[in-house]
Design a binder for this molecule. Structure first.
Ligand code: ADP
Length: 486
């Protein structure tokens, strides 16, 4: 057994990831992730804004107190300190923060919490304030320190007012907002996800249906069709339409193949039956006279000739179909080619006393496959003679314009009914089934002519009137290279 390695069996088989999951992942990346990122960025900036505001507020309060402390000589005048201490205490209690007043040696002079009086405090904010840089900062433990310098006479920094406040309220507020925001994001994610599931279903279901149909077709069920939804039009609908067109075409090919096989069998069966009947009738008789032998063998011989003709024509058609042998295009003198054909067919016309007229309107040379085109044209003239009664006429003309050669074959014969004209190029098609078979034709001649003309990028037209005659006009391009890109 020979195993043919395909791309698939050679390497590792590619993992199947449904289009649906790819779509969902794309939606998640472009929809959900930015949503979460946006929510957390917004929360972060809101928190930053609140903290900044709190820092500004505490610093301005510290400045107010430091101004009051400077004007009332808070640090040096112990007498007047009492009044201000009360004011500071009131401010601290009202705002729920702690106020400390320190001297230039960082020693606590006053503390609304009382605990730190007399102690030395060395915070970076205090140091900076002593250097006349009022500062407010949030510590990691959630406390804000705002330090403002107390500027005495001669611009000397005599001390610092420090306000310390917890930002737990801000944190509580932010976590409250965060809770609501994440709940909203969660709901939105859920809605978006459900929507995505529906949308991806809408997109992938028709594709799946097309795949199912194509798979069925590959198993030989050409009657399968994909569902085409007409409400909206998109690429998936186009895919379904294209798939159905392919199925139509395959069904047509399949039915014409079956028709062809049945026609071939039928065509070969008739002469075979005749051969059998003829040979049996000799075998079953005793003392058959010699003349009868000769007569029957003559009949058997003509039936064998008939089968050979059919098989030969079939072989020509199969070769034309397979495009196995590419046409051998050569610059050919058509006048010479046609004169040869006319000479060959003259005896056939003579047997029926048919006048064969040959008119050469122009000298024509064209790029053709001489052998194949000769056969195609011979079929036409042969038909014209075959289907014209005795003493009729057949006229053949050759003409050209600057692009094409024209060969016309007209006869004064039996003609073809209008309804049948379109079918005469079909394989084994005969207008009058019994009579036409008697004429010795295979029913394949015009199929061969048609296929040959098509391979020459030409065209063929038939005009016919019953009992009046038929004209077949064949057109082939003078140069094949001109037709390549058309
Ligand atoms: P056949 O071998 O039977 O002639 P063809 O394929 O050459 O087969 O032609 C198909 C059928 O077309 C013929 O059987 C005949 O009925 C019809 N036909 C072809 N040429 C002519 C013609 N010149 N006049 C009348 N009928 C024709």
């Amino acid at each position: 057994m020979v195993t043919i390695l395909t791309e698939e069996t050679k390497g590792k088989q590619a993992r199947f990831i449904s289009l649906r999951w790819i779509l969902l992942a794309a939606y998640a990346l472009t929809g959900i992730v930015p949503l979460i990122l946006m929510a957390s960025t917004m929360l972060h900036s809101v928190q930053g804004y609140f903290l900044e505001e709190r820092k500004k507020e505490l610093l301005s309060q510290a400045n107010v107190i430091s101004g009051q402390a400077a004007s009332s000589n808070f640090l040096s005048d112990e007498e007047s300190r009492k009044d201000l201490e009360e004011v500071i205490l009131g401010t601290g209690q009202n705002n729920n923060f702690r106020v400390l007043v320190l001297d230039s040696a960082c020693m606590v002079i006053y503390d609304t919490g009382y605990e730190e009086v007399g102690k030395t405090f060395l915070l970076p904010e205090i140091i900076e304030a002593l250097e006349n840089k009022d500062t407010a900062r949030v510590q990691d433990n959630g406390t804000v320190y705002a330090a403002a310098s107390i500027v005495g006479t001669g611009n000397s920094v005599d001390g610092v007012v420090l306000i310390s406040d917890a930002v737990t309220d801000i944190q509580a507020k932010i976590s409250d907002i965060a809770q609501k925001a994440y709940l909203m994001v969660g709901v939105m994610v859920l809605i978006v996800f459900l929507l995505m599931v529906v949308v991806s279903q809408v997109f992938t279901e028709p594709v799946k249906s097309v795949i199912r149909v194509v798979q069925k077709m590959s198993e030989g069920h050409f009657e399968q069709r994909a569902v085409v939804r007409t409400k909206i039009h998109n690429e998936v609908v186009d895919l379904a339409i294209a798939c159905n067109q392919m199925a139509d075409q395959l069904e047509k090919v399949e039915s014409s193949r079956q028709q062809f096989v049945s026609n071939v069998s039928h065509e070969l069966k008739t002469p075979l039956s005749s051969v059998k009947v003829l040979s049996e009738s000799i075998l079953l008789q005793e003392d058959v006279p010699k003349e009868m032998y000769v007569e029957f063998l003559h009949d058997i011989n003509s039936e064998v000739d008939r089968m050979t003709a059919i098989i030969n024509d079939l072989l020509i058609l199969v070769k034309l179909d397979q495009k196995e042998v590419p046409l051998n295009f050569r610059e050919t003198d058509l006048n010479e080619m046609m004169t040869g054909i006319m000479k060959r067919l003259q005896p056939l016309a003579d047997t029926k006393e048919i006048t064969l007229q040959w008119e050469q309107i122009k000298e024509v040379t064209a790029e053709v496959d001489e052998m194949k085109l000769s056969l195609a044209v011979s079929n036409l003239i042969d038909n014209a003679i075959k289907y014209t009664p005795k003493q009729g006429g057949v006229k053949v003309t050759l003409d050209s314009d600057h692009q094409h050669a024209f060969i016309s074959v007209s006869d004064t014969g039996i003609g073809i009914p209008e309804t049948e004209v379109g079918r005469i190029f079909e394989r084994f098609y005969r207008v009058d089934k019994t009579r036409d078979r008697e004429t010795g034709g295979t029913g394949l001649g015009l199929s061969i002519t048609h296929a040959t003309v098509m391979m020459h990028n030409g065209s063929i037209k038939v005009n016919s009137r019953e009992d009046e005659g038929t004209t077949v006009l064949l057109r082939v391009p003078l140069r094949q290279s001109q037709t390549q890109n058309v």
